[in-house]
Each structure stands twice: as C-alpha cells, then as structure tokens.
Design a protein around this ligand. Structure first.
Ligand code: ZN
Ligand code: ZN
Length: 342
C-alpha cells in the first residue's frame, strides 16, 4: 500500500495515510491559554472545584490542567509536565503533554499563563468569624483549679488539636479559650473532635462527663445543634492522699470513676469508686511528701530521722521487705507517719 500523502510504500495507519503523515497533522491535546487558580492567603490552600485542598502548587496546577485540557483518548500513558516562571505577578508556564500512540512517543507543548487569585477559603472565613460547633467545659468538683492544673488542661487540649491538624484534619481550630475562676471553656470548630477530647480528658483526669445540645438554627432544612461537653474533674488528683474506711490511701492512677490506690499501712493495692472519696477527707498531694533518713530497721519496724530537726521516730514497716535506700519518702497524715512507695 502507498500513503496518499507522502507516496511511500508501507502500512497505512488511517484515512489512507501512513502513521508519520497522520502524526504530522493531528493535534492530540488542546487547552486554554489562561488558567486561574484560587489560593487562600491565610492558609495557602487551593480551591479545587468546590473544595479547598492543601497540597503543593505543582500538584494543584496539574489537577487544573487535567480538568481544563482535552487530551485525546488515543494517547496512552499520558504524562503532564510543567515549567513555570513568574513574571509581572503571573506565571508563564510551558505545559508538556506526552503519551504513546502505539510505539510512537508524542509530546505536545502549550504555553499557559496562570493567574493566582486570592480568596479566603471557607474554613479561614469561619475561623475569622468566630465559628464554633462545640464547647468543652472543664470544671472542678467542689474546689478551684491550681494554675498548674489549668496549664495542664490547656496544653492537653491544644496538643490534641495540633496533632489532629498535623494529621490533615481540615477545618479544625480552637476559636476561643475562656479562662474563668471556675474552669476553662474551649470553643472548637468540630464537634466530633470536641467530643473525643472531652472523653480523653475524663479518661486522664477522672470525673464526670455530660453533654447537652442547643439548637442554633437551620441549615438545608435540618436543625443545627451546638454541643456542650462538660467534664467535671473530681476533687482528688492523681498522687493525692486521703482517708477512707479508717485507712490512709494514696491515689496512683485514675480512669473515669475508677481510682487505683495504695493502702499506706500495708502497701496493698485497692480500687475504689471515685464518688466515695469525700473532698473533706483529702489531705493533699505530693507537696506533703518529706524525705527522711533511715537510721535502722528490723523485720517489722524502721527508725527514721528527720534531716531538718534531727529527731528520730520509729514506725511499722508496710511490708517486711528490707528498705534498701538511705533516704525514704514519708507523709504525715492525721499525726500518723507513713512510708510512701516510689
Ligand atoms: Zn505518509
Ligand atoms: Zn484558608
């Protein structure tokens, strides 16, 4: 067969012409000369169709090219490459589109001007507008928080939010933090995250969890609720000493209502319901611990000396195991002296 165009003898590809003649006057890709890409000036995310995504410019440009260019389905294994130079506040780009038609590699180049439009994204405008879906309230049971506790709660919540943001949870932010005498209020943009943070706080610090909803309006004919998650932190803290059932106990861990303790006179473990710990029976925490020097010991007794006033005292040991340190930790509760386990 002869090609009707170049007259060479060989296989005919299509319409009476050989493959190389076919390639000469066929355009496989077509696209606009100008492309607009919208970028949020606050968070640098890019608009992609109806959503905003956070990814490198290079990737978002490719997405836009794929959408704006028509590429012939005859072309297989298509690859898009771009090279851009900034000039007069626009990007002058060369777009190379290449692919295979049978074993022939075809590359077509297009000049493209990319204009970057600035527009605040939906999430940043929400953030700027003080948007929130939920409030986490942290309160204490029958006591005020120490500054240290307030700081701990605050950094716990902020760290979880930061971790979620790093993991790519878009639209999550703390709108406001209200520090009050009675506790803390966190205003969060996502109720699901607020819920899991509140549960985590309860797990870590013990206490009660309560949720309530209030209707704030309608959206797409559905009622919109704002949630309040209240975590009521108990009167006791991890490490506190308290009396219960004629015993003196030290809290070693908290889990919601379950309180794990050590009985100071025997160093045995106990688990009790936190609701049974009366605030009036709590002595305090690690600030009560004093160090003392071991003078001597027998199987059941130990003699200790107060390094500040040099008086000695003999007490029963919680276990018959020998104490093998020279300094021990002690606590005095209701005039009883106890050894405190490490
Ligand atoms: Zn030909
Ligand atoms: Zn934004």
């Amino acid at each position: 067969m002869f090609c009707v165009e170049c007259g060479k003898e060989g296989p005919i590809f299509r319409n009476g012409v050989c493959l190389s003649c076919y390639l000469k006057h066929t355009q496989f890709s077509k696209g606009p000369a100008i492309l607009d890409i919208t970028c949020c000036p606050r968070c640098s995310s890019y608009k992609n169709k109806n959503t905003w995504i956070h990814e490198p410019f290079h990737d978002i440009l490719k997405r836009h090219i794929k959408d704006a260019f028509s590429i012939s389905p005859e072309l297989k294994n298509v690859e898009i490459r771009t090279k851009c130079n900034e000039q007069n506040r626009v990007l002058l780009c060369t777009v190379s589109i290449s692919g295979f038609l049978q074993e022939y590699q075809i590359t077509e180049q297009h000049s493209l001007t990319v204009r970057i439009r600035h527009n605040t994204c939906n999430i940043c405008s929400r953030e700027a507008g003080g948007y929130y879906e939920a409030i986490i309230q942290i309160r204490a049971e029958k006591r005020a928080f120490t500054d240290e506790e307030l700081q701990t709660f605050r950094s716990t919540v902020e760290n979880i939010v930061e971790q979620n943001q790093k993991d790519g949870k878009r639209g999550l932010f703390i709108t406001d933090i209200d520090v009050k005498r009675e506790g803390l209020d966190f205003f969060l943009s996502k109720k699901t995250t607020a819920f899991s943070i509140a549960k985590k706080l309860q797990e870590q610090f013990g206490g009660n969890f309560k949720q309530s909803a209030s209707m704030v309006g309608m959206k797409d004919s559905r009622e919109v609720y704002r949630m309040t998650y209240l975590v009521r932190i108990p009167a006791y803290r991890n490490g506190d000493f308290f009396s219960y059932d004629d015993s003196f106990l030290m809290i070693v861990s908290l889990h919601e209502h379950k309180v794990r303790c050590i009985d100071l006179s025997t160093w045995t473990k106990r688990v009790i319901d936190g609701n049974e710990i009366l605030p009036s029976k709590i002595f305090g925490g690690k600030e009560l611990i004093r160090e003392m020097i071991v003078v001597s010991q027998s199987k059941n007794e130990i003699q200790l000396m107060d390094p500040k006033i040099y008086t000695t005292v003999e007490i029963r040991k919680p276990t018959s195991t020998p104490v093998n340190t020279q300094i021990v930790k002690t606590v005095r509760l209701d005039d009883f002296l106890f050894l405190v386990p490490e």
